[in-house]
Design a protein around this ligand. Structure first.
Ligand code: ATP
Ligand code: MG
Ligand code: MG
Length: 290
């Protein structure tokens, strides 16, 4: 059921909601207290729906259906995970050994149209990355960009990468594209935890629970989770973590089963979700035991 949002409702921001990644303007304040709106993707809507009755339901935002705004744009309404925190610190970790779908790679390969936006994204990170020809054309093939991007960060070797961190009222940190080595990632995690052992332990407990719940989840068994994140949130009193962003989560094709813990080879559909989760757990344990 679609509900209209009046412009005045949209202006009445209760608390400053923080969006770490993703396109600007794709999120709004929800109709209901403690809810937010995210621009509709059919894939994400489908995941949110079935996750509400899966064993993972306590690890995902509550889902409240579809909402239409005054301009007719459709949104999913979901729980604002920041709502119960006071001046929260937030970290978005993208989980998995790759962040593109195999179908995106197939599509990019059959349809090789080099793109200027990808060239610009590449040089924003590393001016020396494009080849001479790419510099001349100011265009990059999507497959080339996707594979290059993944090799820069810790996604391939650790099965996760930090996308962004916001420490309470501090500025937002997003310069993680080239953080690849385990020790460097650990340092960033330490900064985020800000020397709180109890906070690190709360996160660790929650990740253990998440791992064991994943193993018995029907949803987890039957889907590949690509580009999905863990959203870490804490304030002075508590710390917790949730799964978000199911825009690229897909039901596995017929006859394909994945372990979520093997490295990816083409056509295997392995996502490496548990590789990332296990590495996060190990790093947290190391930080706690230091
Ligand atoms: P991308 O695909 O580029 O990662 P996206 O448009 O799919 O972006 P998300 O990754 O779902 O968007 O969310 C972007 C950011 O918005 C997150 O990093 C987080 O800061 C915030 N966010 C998303 N969902 C929630 C939620 N339920 N509660 C609180 N914050 C959220
Ligand atoms: Mg995301
Ligand atoms: Mg997304």
């Amino acid at each position: 059921v679609a509900t209209f949002l009046t412009p005045t409702q949209e202006k009445e921001e209760r608390h400053q909601w923080v969006q770490l990644v993703g396109h600007r303007g794709t999120f709004k304040k929800g109709i209901h207290d403690g809810y937010i709106l995210k621009e509709l993707s059919e894939h994400e809507k489908y995941c949110c729906e079935i996750l509400q009755t899966d064993s993972l339901k306590d690890f995902v935002p509550k889902y409240n259906g579809i909402v239409k705004d005054a301009e007719g744009r459709l949104f999913i309404e979901m729980e604002d995970l920041l709502a119960s925190f006071n001046e929260p610190s937030i970290m978005d970790c993208k989980i998995g050994v790759r962040t593109y779908l195999e179908e995106e790679l197939d599509k990019a390969e059959c349809n090789p149209e080099p793109r200027t936006d990808l060239y610009n994204k590449m040089i924003a990170i590393d001016v020396s990355a494009p080849t001479e020809k790419e510099h001349e054309e100011k265009k990059i093939l999507k497959t080339r960009y996707m594979i290059w991007r993944e090799s820069l960060s810790s996604s391939q070797n650790l099965g996760f990468r930090i996308e962004a961190i916001q420490i309470s009222h501090g500025s937002m940190l997003k310069e993680f594209h080239r953080i690849k080595e385990c020790d460097d990632v650990k340092q960033q995690l330490k900064n985020f935890l800000a020397n709180s052992l109890s906070r690190a332990n709360q996160y660790l407990e929650r990740l253990f629970e998440l791992r064991s719940t994943c193993i018995r989840s029907r949803f987890f068994r039957s889907h590949e989770l690509i580009g999905s994140s863990l959203l870490f949130v804490h304030d002075k009193k508590k710390a917790s973590v949730w799964m978000i962003d199911f825009g690229k989560t897909r039901f596995l094709p017929d006859g394909i089963h994945i372990t979520h813990e093997k490295s990816w080879i083409r056509d295997s559909h392995e996502d490496g979700y548990l590789i990332g989760l296990d590495n996060l757990i190990t790093l947290l344990q190391e930080i706690i035991n230091e």
